[in-house]
Design a protein around this ligand. Structure first.
Ligand code: 13P
Length: 340
């Protein structure tokens, strides 16, 4: 393992004013997204859609890396150019989702564990050869009446650490993603407590697995109230509580933290990231690694129609630029209306 090189890649992934495009929806998830806009999900339609994003020159200026699904990393654009080459040409780093989804966790009702470790050591060199310089593994932790259990947190943290060590050994930067879901009816303080437990467990496991923190990127949830509670929180409270929990749990050796959007609206995800960066004086870079909050606008504009491609690319570029500004703490709400 060459840690200097891993650290360089990790720093490039969180370069000032840039963030990550999570375009790694599994075939099932992308079908759901396409169903919502009335597009049939086929190998070609998935390719056309993603090609459209990677060819958005303006938007890609704010994108440091793109997380791909296995199908996409091997796909070619309509003109025969490998999609990974489009990404590299746009100045971004190709990455790959390597987990194989979730399975029910035995004896922990309603809880899931992320799987995919078995053949991972064999798969990683092939992805490296294909151009991937970072990977992603997502663990999901749900909040409910008597969950998360200790068992669920431990199992997922352990798997994340095993994945991260395998990646580093294969000279690939692991994005370590423990996602505390925002689906429940919990308030912001419960999200804080659970996120703190989860992050402590994850960094404990990373230490035991001898993962080098200079060569990872953390992808956490923000500290935010569940979707089903009426107790909403202000942007300032979300920013303050998220930064506090990260300072309590994430060593300064970690080069950067790239948040998931997790079901927040496009503008919420931007405003919250911006408010955190406005706090300033942080030991790590704080940026975005958004899926939905970057793609909702282009998807609903595109609707699978060639004549909508230019407008969809503008919609994507706008969100990428807004989030790029938020990564610098330079976003303002009125910029949304002006440029949209
Ligand atoms: P969202 O931003 O839509 O939560 O997706 C990010 C991601 O990659 C989840 O694994």
């Amino acid at each position: 393992m060459n840690l200097t090189e891993l650290n360089k890649v990790a720093l490039a992934m969180v370069a000032p004013g840039r963030g990550i495009l999570a375009a790694d929806e599994s075939s099932g998830t992308i079908k759901k997204r396409f169903d919502a806009i009335g597009v049939e999900s086929t190998e070609d339609s998935r390719r056309d859609y993603r090609e459209m994003l990677f060819r958005s020159a303006e938007g890609m200026k704010h994108i440091s890396g793109v997380i791909l699904y296995d199908e996409t990393i091997w796909q070619k654009a309509k003109d025969g150019t490998p999609l990974v080459d489009l990404i590299k040409k746009a100045g971004a780093i190709p990455g790959i989702k390597v987990d194989e989804g979730t399975k029910p966790l035995p004896f922990s009702p309603d809880e899931l564990v992320t799987v995919g470790l078995d053949k991972l050591a064999d798969r990683l060199p092939k992805y490296y050869e294909q151009g991937a310089r970072f990977a992603k593994w997502r663990a999901v932790i749900d909040i409910g009446k008597s969950i998360p259990s200790r068992n669920c947190i431990k199992a997922n943290a352990h798997a994340l650490a095993r994945y991260a060590a395998l990646c580093q050994e294969a000279q690939i930067v692991p994005i370590v993603e423990p996602e505390v879901l925002m689906d429940g009816d919990h308030d912001i303080d419960r999200c804080f407590t659970v996120t703190e437990r989860v992050l402590h467990a994850v960094f404990g496991e990373l230490f035991d697995a001898r993962v080098q923190l200079e060569g990872i990127v953390l992808k956490p949830n923000m500290v935010i109230p569940g979707k089903k509670t009426a107790k909403r929180a202000s942007v300032e409270e979300i920013a303050e509580k998220t930064v506090t929990v990260l300072k309590l749990c994430v060593p300064a050796a970690v080069p950067g933290i790239a948040f998931l959007s997790g079901g927040q609206s496009d503008e919420e995800a931007t405003a919250n990231l911006d408010a955190m960066n406005k706090i300033g004086n942080l030991p790590w870079k704080l940026t975005f690694s958004y899926g939905r909050a970057l793609q909702h606008a282009p998807q609903t504009t595109w609707k699978g129609k060639t004549e909508n491609v230019a407008a969809a690319q503008r919609a994507f570029s706008h969100r990428a630029r807004m989030n790029g500004l938020a990564a610098l703490g330079q976003w303002k709400a009125d910029m949304e209306k002006k440029a949209a």
